[in-house]
Design a protein. Structure first.
Length: 279
């Protein structure tokens, strides 16, 4: 599980070649960290009202499942009594541990898989899953584990995406091909770029009650055109398998997308799915 937001990460391996849908070892780590840093600002603003709905208190122990490098974990840790992060990537565990220590938090990070958490039943008051479920082969198994480790009355926050809501206008030639290649490449590694629409059913089936679903737009007007593209297309650039679309073709499409910054009519839209629920 490596953050992304989007700022979340994978929970289990799912590819024949032993790669995961989110696998930093197969990425340009510096480029991905820069993308995550940009995304953090947008994600923090979008999730603020949903976190408020969970009524975090200094008595709460919170599990940040798929914490990645801990960018969004630190402000979460400052609102609760104790924070525990989990990530499948050892480098992310190291970075998050250092970040928590530097922030002076009562927090720890453990390496683990979201579908087999190393905690006893009822260990947490709150579980947060940010941009994780799009990367796992079995999202229902991860949500079931979140249900198990929550105490009765515990709360869940899930944030993820669905590419069915992505739009860029005017759409450069080849963009549809890039989107399709990214979706197919991620699916081959056990991920799902349209997981958002499945989340309400997954959460309810796990046993959660009072499920509230909100879909929020993130636009190029809100974020700025270049940051919007960095967030929306940066991961796709890295996930596309060259057999599905050559690096040269991917780069040409991306250059055409970024060139739209000079077009006063250009507009981009992506949707973030937020679910809050209670055990």
């Amino acid at each position: 599980m490596s953050g992304s937001h989007e700022d979340g990460s994978p929970v289990a391996a799912g590819a024949p070649e032993q790669r995961r849908s989110y696998d930093l070892d197969a990425m340009d780590r510096d480029a991905e960290h820069r993308r995550l840093a940009v995304q953090v600002k947008a994600a923090a603003e979008l999730e603020r009202p949903h976190l408020a709905r969970l009524h975090l208190s200094p008595l709460d122990t919170v599990l940040d499942l798929g914490c990645g490098p801990g960018f969004l974990s630190v402000p979460l840790g400052r609102r609760c009594g104790r924070l525990v992060g989990v990530d499948i990537d050892p480098e992310m565990v190291r970075q998050a541990s250092a970040r928590f220590r530097d922030a002076g938090l009562d927090a720890e990070v453990v390496e683990g898989s979201g579908d087999d958490l190393p905690f006893v039943d009822g260990s947490f008051d709150v579980v947060v899953l940010r941009f994780v479920l799009q990367h796992v082969p079995d999202p229902a198994a991860v949500v079931a584990e979140a249900f198990r480790v929550l105490r009765p009355g515990g709360r869940l926050l899930v944030c993820d995406t669905d590419d069915g809501g992505f739009m860029l206008h005017p759409a450069p030639p080849g963009l549809d091909r890039l989107l399709a290649a990214a979706m197919a490449s991620q699916a081959a590694l056990g991920g799902n770029r349209t997981v958002g629409r499945a989340l309400p059913g997954i959460v309810r089936t796990a046993g959660f009650q009072r499920v509230r679903v909100e879909v929020q737009p993130a636009t190029s007007d809100d974020l700025g055109f270049v940051p919007f593209l960095d967030i929306a297309l940066g991961f796709k650039r890295q996930i596309v398998h060259p057999e599905r679309m050559s690096r040269h073709d991917v780069q040409q499409v991306l250059e055409a997308c970024y060139a739209l910054e000079r077009d006063p009519h250009a507009f981009g839209l992506a949707l973030a799915w937020f679910l809050t629920a209670w055990k």
